[in-house]
Design a protein around this ligand. Structure first.
Ligand code: IMP
Length: 440
């Protein structure tokens, strides 16, 4: 299997976890390259469902080396908690590697994340309040604390002291909040450091050596294209490079190391947090009315659209081909895995947004100007559904009802990308492989 980057094509929560879980065993290394514990994926181990936020999916496989790359921001407390959770389930993390250059989420990052959201009031981003943005801010400002700094107690203390000279006045004077002491941070973090030490590694060197030796690497994106700091719906984005290109930066490999870009698209769209969402079917509590509000509620209920990390109800809408085409171009997608197709069995007809309309103009491309995007009206094509037909037992493409196949083929036409994997249920085997190389 050629080295592959797997990316979300919408606003996250596309079902990347299940697809990663399905294909990870074909790879020798599974690497997370951005984000932190703002991500959330549920992995199934025997009869138990485990909610992971930081660990790469590769931890589930004995033969794969899971890697937390330099582009990830690491909350040591979460690392230690997830390690313990996995071990309590009999899953060893002995192969796990964590980059020495990854940045560390500090206690003040979490407090500042919440404080800044509060300050923004109704314009807030809707962050996960895990300290992700403030940690990346410090990284870019060249004052961050890295995983390697945890190796040396003296250096760590010094770095915390220096950081607090800037953070404490900010906390106190700008936000009116409590300050931190060096001691309390060291007391909490140094024991974590001792647990993390055996896993710390020069992961860029490790991965490049592995690639030279013909090993296959899966780069596992978190969040999604529309949450990318550069290419997403800025400022309503996360603070890292979720797109395929981020895999090189966040793991320290060159662009030629990646042969394939598999995009994950849900058969409809969801978004958590604030920001523009052209195909949103507003819930009644958000001012939605009529059929749209009913359709939105139905997508949320049938699709169980509640956040793994925050438990928040996700905003729901119809498939947006403008977004998918944009994701295809920004990520250079080679193929798409279409997820949660079974959820659409609840509808008589299914809409697909093929373009936007703004002030009488038709937009086929994703508009770069925020003012256009915020007011863009979706132009829909309505397709016949397959209501009442249970597709979750289908394992071959030909077994799907004709209208389901027509929907998939329509999406291929409007996105311009082949759909090689189709997920028809939460279970691992509720999957249709249309191209031989991803299958068993
Ligand atoms: P942050 O990543 O916590 O800073 O949040 C920034 C934005 O990204 C917010 O709108 C979050 O809801 C969203 N976000 C972050 N992580 C995820 C995810 O894993 N799935 C979906 N949305 C996410």
């Amino acid at each position: 299997m050629p080295s592959t980057v797997l990316v979300g094509c919408q606003w996250g929560d596309e079902g990347k976890g299940k697809i990663t879980d399905l294909i990870a065993k074909k790879f020798d290394y599974v690497v997370r390259y951005q984000g932190g514990n703002n991500a959330g994926h549920t992995v199934i181990h025997g009869d138990t469902k485990l909610a992971l936020h930081l660990m790469p999916s590769g931890v589930m496989y004995d033969d794969a080396v899971p890697v937390i790359g330099n582009g990830v921001v690491v909350d040591p407390g979460v690392f230690v908690k997830e390690k313990a959770l996995l071990e309590s389930e009999g899953i060893s993390v002995k192969n796990l590697k964590i980059s020495c250059n990854a940045h560390v989420i500090m206690p003040y990052h979490k407090v500042l994340d919440g404080a800044e959201e509060k300050r923004l009031g109704e314009n807030q981003i809707g962050t996960t309040k895990r300290g992700i943005g403030p940690c990346y801010q410090d990284k870019a400002a060249r004052r961050g604390i890295r995983v390697q700094d945890l190796l040396d107690e003296k250096i760590f203390r010094l770095k915390v002291e220096t950081a607090l000279q800037q953070k404490n006045p900010l906390l106190q004077k700008v936000y009116g909040l409590q300050t931190f002491t060096v001691e309390e941070i060291c007391d909490e973090y140094l024991p974590y450091a001792r647990i993390m030490k055996p896993y710390m590694a020069e992961t860029s060197i490790l991965l490049n050596e592995a690639l030279s030796n013909g090993k296959n690497v899966l780069f596992e994106g978190a969040q999604g294209t529309m949450l990318d700091i550069d290419h997403g719906t800025y400022p309503y984005v996360t603070s890292s490079s979720c797109c395929a290109g981020g895999a090189c930066i966040g793991s320290g490999v060159g662009p030629k190391a990646i042969d394939r870009a598999l995009g994950i698209c849900k058969a409809y769209v969801t978004r958590v947090g604030g920001g523009p969402f052209p195909t949103e079917l507003k819930f009644p509590e958000e001012g939605g009315t009529g059929q749209d509000a009913l359709d939105g509620e139905l997508l949320c209920d049938v699709g169980h659209e509640y956040g793994v990390t925050t438990g928040r109800k996700r905003r729901c809408g119809w498939f947006d081909a403008v977004v998918a085409r944009y994701a295809a171009s920004v990520n250079g997608l080679t193929d798409i895995a279409l997820t949660k197709l079974d959820v659409l069995s609840a509808f008589d007809t299914i809409k697909v947004c093929v373009a936007y309309e703004y002030e009488g103009e038709r937009y086929e491309h994703f508009p770069q100007q925020q003012s256009v995007l915020f007011h863009a009206k979706p132009i829909y094509e309505e397709l016949p559904g397959w209501k009442g037909e249970d597709i979750s037992g289908c394992r071959k493409y030909e077994e799907l009802p004709a209208n389901t196949r027509a929907y998939v083929e329509y999406l291929e036409e409007v996105t311009g990308v082949p759909m090689s994997i189709i997920s028809v249920g939460a279970d691992r085997d509720a999957t249709i492989f249309r191209s031989g190389d991803w299958g068993e």
